[in-house]
Design a protein around this ligand. Structure first.
Ligand code: EPU
Length: 418
């Protein structure tokens, strides 16, 4: 297994270009199934989760060809409606193919994703609303087996604004005759991006950017070229790495409005940040203050940036409180940060960070994607060479991580394992 050696304390400088968002491209890739026309996707990030989704599409019969930074998908000859356990167990986002398969082939068999490191992550909101739309669903030997004759245009209200359920249901409704309304829809920028992509393909989704989405059924879709939005969580990670090391960097190719809450929080803590179109500049700061933050669905503070914020809080000379409200088990970075010298107490879903303890290198282990990002931030701020093990978690969500960090002047080295 590869590991990363990070020597600190680092000073970062220069520019970093943000990749297209993994969490935007995963549902967009699933939406490819809806169309029998070519779909050209630009700058798909080179990440493990994206490779897994493309492998799944290939197994379903989607043709995939790569030409430079454009990948072309053609789902004209879909031959399967089944997403097997082998693939789904490695990536929960495989569940996104459920809605599109039903819309296109009237049937789908998708392995139940099961839990994952950050929580149990049920899919009940996906399933109960697909049923309200007219699907017949059975759970059989670990699989969701779903059939539909014709989806009905219904008005559904989600019991929680689940990102994945909103995406699955929006894709499922694309061909439904009449108007499907999805209320209490998630507001994350990746939802808008999927809706914009579907519309570029010829679908009719309105209410984009609100919690009430309207999907008017269309008969067919057309050829399209599309590029997803920049990755707001990758950008948040570099932003917090710069602040934790009191560095000046420029983060490009991301919409700063997608990070409003994160930037506001960091500014309130004393960080000096300026934003312009697609650019975020971080400057050196004086003394930072602690924070009291609760994660929440967008536009609140993102759960996907909680671990990175917590790492930043460790190097501030003040106390902070961070509460995780989205996933029940998303504090696995805490014991690893403690190994680096941090003083953090956990009480239920709240972390109390004393701050101001000097971080020192130690061997640490990645447990999930964002927990790993937190370890990188802490290691950049810590004194000495930190060995970060199991970095395959990082390879799921951070494109060219070492190259980007080295480009910013960090002393980072990957050691290849078996
Ligand atoms: N939930 C249910 N039932 C459902 C669906 C969700 O109880 O049917 C619960 C989940 O268990 C969780 C909460 O609702 O406690 C939020 O889940 P949601 O469905 O909103 O999240 P998701 O679609 O599974 C996406 C991202 C996550 C990100 C969350 C929240 C993708 C591929 N994944 O997951 O990204 O944390 O939204 O913003 O888009 C990551 O990138 O590290 C990551 C985990």
């Amino acid at each position: 297994m590869d590991k990363l050696l990070v020597s600190g304390p680092s000073k970062l400088a220069g520019k970093v270009s943000i990749s297209r968002a993994k969490n935007a491209y995963l549902p967009i890739l699933a939406a490819v199934i809806l169309s029998d026309k070519p779909i050209h996707l630009v700058n798909i990030p080179d990440l493990q989760d994206i490779k897994t989704m493309i492998k799944l599409l290939t197994m379903l019969g989607v043709d995939v060809s790569v030409n430079g930074n454009v990948t072309t998908f053609n789902a004209k000859n879909l031959k399967s409606h089944e997403a097997t356990y082998d693939l789904v167990k490695t990536m929960r986002a495989s569940i996104f193919v459920l809605g599109p398969l039903l819309a296109r082939l009237n049937k789908a068999k998708v392995s139940l994703p099961g839990g994952c490191a950050i929580g149990t992550r049920p899919i009940d909101i996906h399933l109960e609303n697909l049923e309200k739309m007219g699907a017949r669903i059975e759970l059989e030997a670990g699989y969701v087996e779903a059939h539909v004759d014709q989806f009905k245009p219904v008005h559904i209200t989600l019991s929680f604004p689940s990102v994945g359920a909103t995406e699955n249901l929006m894709m499922a409704a694309v061909f439904t005759k009449g108007e499907t309304i999805i209320e209490n829809a998630a507001l994350e920028p990746e939802i808008d991006d999927l809706a914009n992509f579907l519309n570029a393909m010829g679908a009719k989704v309105s209410g984009i950017g609100t919690s009430k989405l309207h999907v008017h059924g269309v008969d067919s879709l057309k050829e399209v070229t599309y590029e997803a939005i920049g990755d707001r969580i990758e950008a948040s990670t570099y932003l917090m790495a710069a602040i934790a090391t009191n560095s000046e960097i420029e983060i490009t190719d991301v919409n700063p409005e997608h990070l409003d809450f994160v930037i506001d929080t960091l500014k309130k803590m004393g960080a000096k940040i300026e934003t312009a179109d697609k650019t975020i500049k971080v400057f050196k700061h004086e003394k930072l203050k602690g924070c009291n933050i609760d994660t929440a669905p967008f536009p609140g503070f993102p759960t996907d940036a909680q671990a990175q914020l917590l790492a930043l809080c460790c190097v501030i000379d003040a106390g902070s409180i961070v509460t995780e409200n989205i996933f029940e088990n998303r504090f696995m970075h805490v014991p690893e940060l403690v190994r680096l010298g941090a003083d953090i107490k956990l009480k239920g879903n709240t972390a109390f960070i004393s701050g101001g303890r000097p971080l020192k290198s130690a061997p640490v282990m990645c447990t999930d994607l964002r927990a790993s990002a937190a370890l990188i931030i802490a290691a950049l701020a810590a004194t000495g060479e930190t060995e970060i093990q199991r970095i395959y978690h990082l390879d799921r969500g951070y494109e060219k991580l070492e190259q980007k960090l080295i480009g910013l002047g960090a002393n980072v080295r990957r050691v290849k394992g078996n």
